[in-house]
Design a protein around this ligand. Structure first.
Ligand code: AMP
Length: 418
């Protein structure tokens, strides 16, 4: 099977790494990729938002499957010309991708499908926003309606800051605050059959102790020893299957990866958000535990034959990933600095997945984005996986590098609800 992966981040590196280990994959390509992905796939400098260019590349390569990693190309409609050309594609079409592309659309689908989520108002004026904030009270939750790379959500006790964020966005969703720990649950679907993966937890805030601004994600781990038994079955029944059924009934079936961001609140499980693609950095830990070869699963989702697959096989091991970000991330990341110690980290047993990197003129690896690396390790339990991941982080250096030191710490220490 010849596979083309679209995207540039550590999620795509994780996908490429798993695909490169799948004996069914004879050729692996990535567009545009990064310096780490270049070690396992052939890179192609194609604009990932340009559906015609991506389709032309897939045709030229004779790709049997195209896997679209990030949300932006999906929401831009890159899957449509590929499907029209008869090329199997893993990832939803433009309309179903609105589940991620518009928070208001996602709320409408959830209401129609009876999926539990936070009560909310869609607001377009300062007056509406003020009224919605006062209806729910503090803490205030204000979400930009459109795509914002995980940075469009403000959760604050400060009413003025909430109003300010609302004013800065064209259309916002203001919703009730959900308490309780968060879980990311991914499911692979062909539009009918839904195959949940193992749950993971990510860390969205920039600083230790869940302080600082929201980011694209600073680390993740799986499994979640504290999660209630039966969580996956419950979410499949109450969230994932009804959502997939609702989109199919609307005539815009969702195939690809449905990501449910959940809050386990005192009043039950609630959806915080949907994403229309693998989450980053949770993918790094989820795929580290997947034993079933990946390509066949993604192809079955693209082909509509997921119902015929054997159950997925998982490792009992734990996985932890720690994101190393550049100075100034998330506000104004600094780029262009050489990265040292990558091989030493791998020699220590960590798997270094590249997020924002590029190759320099002399073959050196340079920082090229806010999130730079996702240092991943597996171990017999979370404590071991965590120790190995942080040992890898300790080997790596670049100017101004920052990372959280508490990824998976509470869960590894056996705390119930981190
Ligand atoms: P989202 O982009 O919707 O996932 O939101 C980013 C982060 O903001 C989430 O992971 C939560 O930590 C937080 N968040 C979003 N919605 C809520 C809510 N209704 N209550 C509490 N926290 C929220």
């Amino acid at each position: 099977m010849k596979v083309l992966v679209i995207g540039t981040g550590a999620r795509e590196h994780a996908l490429c790494r798993s695909l490169s280990q799948d004996p069914a994959v004879s050729e692996l390509h990535c567009a545009p990729g990064n310096a780490g992905i270049a070690r396992v796939a052939a890179l192609h400098p194609v604009d990932q938002l340009d559906g015609a260019a991506v389709t032309a590349l897939a045709r030229e390569l004779g790709a049997d499957l195209v896997v679209v990693g990030p949300e932006a190309p999906l929401v831009a409609g890159v899957a449509e010309p590929l499907r029209a050309a008869g090329i199997p594609v893993f990832g939803p079409g433009k309309e179903a991708a609105q589940l991620e592309g518009s928070k208001a659309f996602a709320k409408d689908v959830m209401a129609a499908a009876g999926v539990p989520t936070a009560r909310s108002y869609v607001c377009t004026t300062p007056e509406e926003a003020a009224a919605a904030l006062d209806a729910f009270g503090a803490p205030y939750v204000v979400k930009d309606d459109g795509l914002a790379a995980g940075k469009g959500v403000v959760v604050t006790e400060d009413r003025a800051a909430a109003l300010e964020h609302a004013a800065a966005c064209e259309r916002v969703v203001i919703e009730e605050y959900l308490d309780g720990p968060e879980v990311s649950l991914f499911a692979i679907t062909d539009g009918t059959t839904v195959l949940p993966l193992v749950p993971a937890q990510d860390f969205k805030r920039a600083l230790d102790g869940d302080r600082g601004p929201n980011t694209g994600g600073m680390g993740a781990y799986s499994p979640l020893p504290w999660a209630p038994e039966g969580l996956v079955a419950e979410v499949l029944e109450s969230v994932l299957q009804p959502t997939v059924d609702e989109l199919r009934h609307r005539g815009t079936p969702f195939s690809g990866l449905l990501y449910a961001g959940l809050a386990l609140t005192s009043r039950g499980t609630r959806v915080i958000e949907f994403n229309a693609r693998f989450g980053d950095p949770e993918t790094q830990v989820v795929l580290a535990r997947l034993r079933t070869p990946l390509a066949g699963v993604l192809l079955a989702a693209a082909d509509g034959t997921l119902g015929e697959l054997e159950p997925l096989r998982w490792s009992e091991e734990a996985a932890v990933t720690v994101v190393m970000a550049s100075e100034g991330y998330p506000a104004s990341p600094r780029t262009g600095d050489p990265i040292e110690g990558l091989d030493a980290a791998e020699a220590d047993g960590a798997s270094v997945l590249h997020a924002g990197t590029r190759s320099g003129p002399a073959g050196e690896v340079l920082t090229a984005g806010g999130r730079v690396l996702s240092v991943t390790a597996v171990g017999a339990d979370l404590a071991e996986a965590r120790a190995k991941a942080y040992a890898g982080v300790a080997e790596i250096s670049f100017k101004g590098a920052q990372h959280r030191t508490d990824i998976a710490a509470a869960a590894a220490a056996g705390q119930q609800l981190p």
